[in-house]
Design a protein around this ligand. Sequence first.
Ligand code: FE
Length: 184
Amino acid sequence: MTKAQQTAASIIELYREKGNHGYGEQVTMIQHMVQSARLAAAEGYEEEVVLAAFLHDIGHFFDEEAQMGGYGTEHHDEIGANYLREKGFSEKLVALVQGHVTAKRYLTFAQPQYYNQLSEASKATLVYQGGLMTEQEAKAFEATPHFELCIKMRYWDDGGKTQETMGLEILVPYEAMIIRHLER
Ligand code: FE
């Protein structure tokens, strides 16, 4: 096994092991992340971005870290990003994973109606995540290199909450995608 294959296998193992848990939403983590990835693919984004959507909540699987009540792992954005960076994922992919919570905070600031349509779980976790952004934080976030895509990620994230039956075989193409990415 190459290093890329090993990493991909261990990530998919994490999904198998932890991905059938909920996190305060109507869907499991696997359903949520696969649906987010599909939304990215449906908009014609490249594999790197699709994979970022598939991996965006991987930090929730590190459940030995501090928890947000029944709503998953606190700082799951940073924990996920750090893990993926260490495993050799691209700077852009890591930035998208890292940015998906910041994007939520940004949108609650920039578009007040955005807050109202958030799920109850998403409203609850916002409190743990620092609440609404300040104008200064928003300006700083707008200046980051992947700002627009982070906002896109957020909409795919919010869109991936549909109840749907999914078997674990759904993970197979993502394992291949991870290997291709790490061997890029
Ligand atoms: Fe998510």
